[in-house]
Design a protein around this ligand. Structure first.
Ligand SMILES: Nc1ncnc2c1ncn2[C@@H]1O[C@H](COP(=O)(O)OP(=O)(O)OP(=O)(O)O)[C@@H](O)[C@H]1O
Ligand SMILES: [Mg+2]
Length: 416
């Protein structure tokens, strides 16, 4: 097992295009690190540089203590699982899993022992003599995983390993991978598009945009304390709403209404900017008629025109269109395009309690939990209201979560 340390890593392809641009990232020994970002942001390129399938243009890549920039892939002792895990159709499950050990010319005795152990871990024992064609999608995926873990590599690298599976199977495999990783305690870097995978699997998540690393932190930190507009919009589904606003003391003038921010710290973070973008997550709105007096007084109330509602049983969404000033509207559309959401109009997406009776066409009163709102600089995208004390608290919490999960999977492991 080993840490993976990337220092100022750059990858320029033949045409000079910087697919990965000055990325520095430390993956700790035993850590589960997620790489996310829109299509083309450089996730696979970065992963392939770790494994050695792609040359590094500049920067330093270490595995453990060793600089591996020019070390051949075979000698890096890493295991990679691709999106299109190709199993050998003519070999049995047993021989598919055994393949890397056969390549390494291990003894039959060792092969038997390791394959048996791995198959047990992945619940493949009764399928060992079958051929891949006769297995279900999930079983095949587990065989591919088996082939990756049988080798006792220093780290596992996954490039969207579950994207070929249907939703139900993805869910099952996700839990499986999580359990396996905690159990084995092997350093893992995992690329995904899937919000749920990113939030549930990772000890930490690294967000890339156009080859540039934006933020690395625990899933909670990214969700609660994003450093900029991009991370705020990328993490969370549906996305955070960004409302243009002018600031007047502690009051915010937004297209959905004027309200009191009730927070000196946040108000002063605005400085002398005339216009800012206010970020409110869908769940930080509520049907005001369902909110207690105390909470109403602690937040803000706005009257809005609701365009569409979607009732989903456990919650419901309401859409609130608004007019934004021209340049900001263009900027917001551009951001939403980059986030792959492609919203055609400026509208707020609001999550309401399922019991709310607000209906399309209504003038509704909504409550906003102002304690959770963020303020962004529209020019740089920087989050002006990130709370450093809370960031430290969340980092401590993330460490405790990781320890607890590790103990649950490996009760006999020595304490650190
Ligand atoms: N062999 C190549 N030659 C030239 N450019 C490449 C090559 N491979 C990738 N690129 C470019 O590098 C950028 C990053 O590609 P990469 O495959 O790493 O993205 P990604 O984040 O994995 O995207 P996706 O989510 O679509 O898999 C893209 O703009 C892509 O066009
Ligand atoms: Mg990719």
């Amino acid at each position: 097992m080993a840490a993976i340390t990337m220092k100022n890593i750059v990858k320029q392809y033949g045409d000079g295009f910087p697919a990965v641009n000055d990325v520095s990232l430390d993956v700790r020994d035993g850590e589960f690190m997620i790489l996310v970002g829109p299509s083309g942001c450089g996730k696979s390129t970065l992963l392939r540089m770790i494994v050695g399938l792609e040359d590094i243009t500049s920067g330093e890549m270490r595995i453990g203590e060793k600089v591996v920039n020019t070390v051949a892939p075979r000698r890096r002792n890493l295991s990679m699982v691709f999106q299109n895990y190709a199993l050998y159709p003519h070999l049995t499950v047993y021989e598919n899993i055994a393949f890397p050990l056969r390549l390494a010319k291990r003894s039959d005795e060792e092969v038997r022992r390791r394959v048996t152990e791995t198959a047990k871990l992945l619940e493949l024992t009764e399928h060992l003599e079958r051929k891949p064609a006769n297995l279900s999608g999930g079983q095949r995926q587990r065989v591919a995983m088996g082939r990756a873990i049988v080798r006792q590599a220093d780290a596992f690298l996954f490039d969207e390993p579950l994207s070929n599976l249907d939703a139900k199977l993805r869910g099952q495999m996700r839990t499986e991978i999580s359990r396996l990783q905690r159990r084995l305690g092997v350093t893992t870097v995992y690329v995904t598009h899937d919000q749920t995978e990113a939030m549930t699997l990772g000890d930490r998540v690294a967000v890339l945009r156009k080859g540039i690393l934006q933020q690395v932190g625990s899933p909670r930190e990214l969700y609660e304390q994003p450093v900029n507009l991009f991370v705020a919009g990328f993490i969370g589904s549906p996305s955070m709403n960004f409302l243009p606003a002018s600031v007047d003391g502690t009051f915010l003038e937004t297209p959905i209404g004027r309200f009191d921010l009730r927070d000196e710290r946040k108000a002063s973070a605005v400085g002398d900017r005339d216009v800012v973008l206010v970020g409110v997550r869908p769940e930080d709105f509520e049907d005001a008629s369902l909110v207690s007096e105390d909470k109403r007084a602690a937040g803000a109330l706005v009257r809005v025109h609701v365009d569409v509602t979607e009732w989903l049983g456990n919650e419901q969404y309401a859409y609130v269109p608004y007019e934004a000033p021209r340049e900001l509207a263009d900027q917001l559309r551009e951001l939403s395009r980059e986030l792959d959401s492609d919203q055609m109009r400026t509208q707020a997406v609001v999550s309401l309690d399922a019991s709310s009776l607000i209906t399309a066409g209504d003038e509704a009163e909504l409550w906003i939990n102002t304690s959770r709102l963020h303020i962004f600089d529209p020019a740089t995208g920087e989050n002006l209201t990130r709370d450093e004390a809370r960031v430290t608290e969340l980092a401590d919490h993330a460490t405790r979560v990781r320890e607890a999960q590790r103990r649950a999977q490996r009760p006999d492991a020595p304490a650190d």
